[in-house]
Design a protein around this ligand. Structure first.
Ligand code: FRU
Length: 467
């Protein structure tokens, strides 16, 4: 294996090759299963498999290898994304079998199959025989060939499946199916929102504190100065009616993460009853496609697992890194006000930064001499700007405008070898980006503007073993 200078310390990355969406997230008998879209042969992507990590504590992981391979007629061009439903000690893993017919096709309206398949497993290593449950002819006629990413859950006596879809008239929608036995599914209704992109990927319908949310990765939303700045988005809708009985109860849409590198998240409820979210730290079809990790034979990571809670005041969802990650903290290397950071201070390879006690004035954080986070108190705009191409590799600027009445009052920042996650105001706004400081150089930080309270912890590494 080539030497990997950029290897992440506490983010999951592919052993080699390419990683995208988290799949099949669940916890069974204490073990969290984290499957993912995996193209092991090529860091620029290729034929998709499912890889598998397991962990009990989000610190020590085992990579157990390939779980699903594209090896049957219904998934021969890729085992695409899907989810886990756990029942009676068993994972029911539903996924999309991608098939591309050879010939002159557009692969949107013709030439492609998005089959829905099922395997079961007790351990994430051995899968049962594949069963094909639904084919494109079973989907409503107004849909294009793009139907994928089943997510399954149970409500009362009924199992439900949401699938992401593109209609023949290029509207994104969710196809909701129902079943009494987990194997025989029938279409129930569509969930839609007018003028909201041409394709919806990776839908996820869940309840949190008695409220229903629909998470999605929509494609085709036009960028504005403060919204939808990536090629494709991901966020969640609040709901105004029960989506299990009505298709037009979508409320406001909020982006999960405003960073350069975030897409296709999935949530699950763990055995303690927490709802956790993991996202793909990457976005398809981006113009910044020359990350230096490609030269090391790998590309992309998963985000930290994030615990979701409802902000009862606003109905929005707050994201906080799973509490297990507190045990990554080693030494506390700083505890004071920000005033000692006026000049750049050297920091370790991996660290966590807590900032609180912001005066309601402008501030600026400069990471590694070339990535600037600045806040304009009057307009409530927080901008993230790579001043230095050798850190951003094509990433440039993203901006968040806080809702009126809000201002930045707390930040929790995780800095890894080649990426960062920012949690603003208790995770009401999150920003994830890769950043490629030359690994030989030390991390550094300087701060302008005053924060009363600043703490820095050195962070340890994940322990990832391979079977
Ligand atoms: C999202 C996605 C899914 C699909 C998978 C294929 O990134 O496009 O819709 O199932 O990736 O890898």
């Amino acid at each position: 294996m080539k030497k990997r200078k950029y290897a992440a310390r506490f983010h999951l990355m592919p052993p080699q090759g390419w990683l995208n969406d988290p799949n099949g997230l669940c916890q069974l008998n204490g073990v969290h299963h984290i499957f993912f879209q995996y193209a092991p042969e090529d860091p620029r992507g290729g034929q998709k498999y499912w890889g598998h990590f397991e962990t009990r504590d989000f610190i020590r992981y085992t990579f157990t290898g390939l779980f699903l391979k594209p090896d049957c007629p219904e998934d021969r061009d890729g085992v695409y994304s899907g989810s886990a439903y756990v029942e009676d000690g068993e994972m029911y893993l539903y996924y999309t079998g991608n098939v591309k017919h050879r010939g002159d096709y557009d692969y949107i309206y013709s030439g492609r199959e998005g089959n829905t398949l099922l395997v079961t497993s007790r351990d994430g290593r051995q899968a049962s025989q594949k069963e094909c449950l639904l084919k494109n002819q079973d989907y409503p006629e107004n849909l294009s060939n793009h139907v994928r990413d089943p997510k399954v859950f149970k409500e009362g006596e009924t199992y439900y499946m949401v699938l992401g879809a593109r209609t023949r008239s290029d509207e994104g929608c969710v196809m909701l199916c129902a079943s009494k036995d987990k194997r025989n599914w029938h279409f129930d209704h569509f969930i839609r929102k007018a003028d909201f992109g041409y394709m919806w990927e990776c839908p996820d319908l869940f309840e949190l504190s008695g409220r229903q949310y629909l998470s999605l990765s929509p494609q085709g939303l036009a960028a504005t100065e403060f919204k939808y700045q990536n090629v494709y988005q991901s966020g969640y809708f609040t709901t105004t009616r029960d989506l299990l009985s009505s298709g037009d109860g979508l409320g406001e849409f909020y982006e999960w993460d405003y960073g350069f590198d975030f897409y296709a998240p999935q949530t699950y409820e763990d055995e303690r009853g927490r709802r956790l979210l993991i996202g793909w730290m990457g976005v398809p079809d981006v113009p910044y496609d020359h990350d230096p990790t490609i030269g090391e034979g790998w590309q992309h990571m998963l985000t930290l697992p994030r615990e979701l809670i409802v902000d009862e005041r606003t109905g929005r969802v707050l994201q906080t890194p799973a509490r297990e990650l507190l045990s990554l903290r080693k030494e506390q290397i700083y505890n004071g006000s920000s005033s000692e950071f006026l000049e750049p201070v050297s920091l370790p390879e991996g660290y966590e930064l807590l900032l609180e006690g912001f005066a309601d004035t402008d501030f600026e954080l400069l990471f590694d001499g070339g990535f600037r986070v600045s806040y304009d108190a009057q307009s409530r705009v927080c901008s993230f700007l790579f001043l230095d191409e050798s850190l951003g590799y094509g990433r440039r600027e993203r901006k968040i405008r806080l809702l009126s009445q809000e201002r930045v009052c707390a930040m929790r920042i995780f800095v890894d070898t080649c990426c960062m996650e920012f949690y603003i105001n208790g995770g009401a706004y999150v920003f994830t980006t890769k950043s490629f400081r030359e690994p030989e150089k030390k991390h550094s930080l300087s701060v302008k503007g005053k924060m009363e309270h600043m703490e820095v912890f050195e962070l340890g590494c994940f322990d990832v073993s391979q079977e």
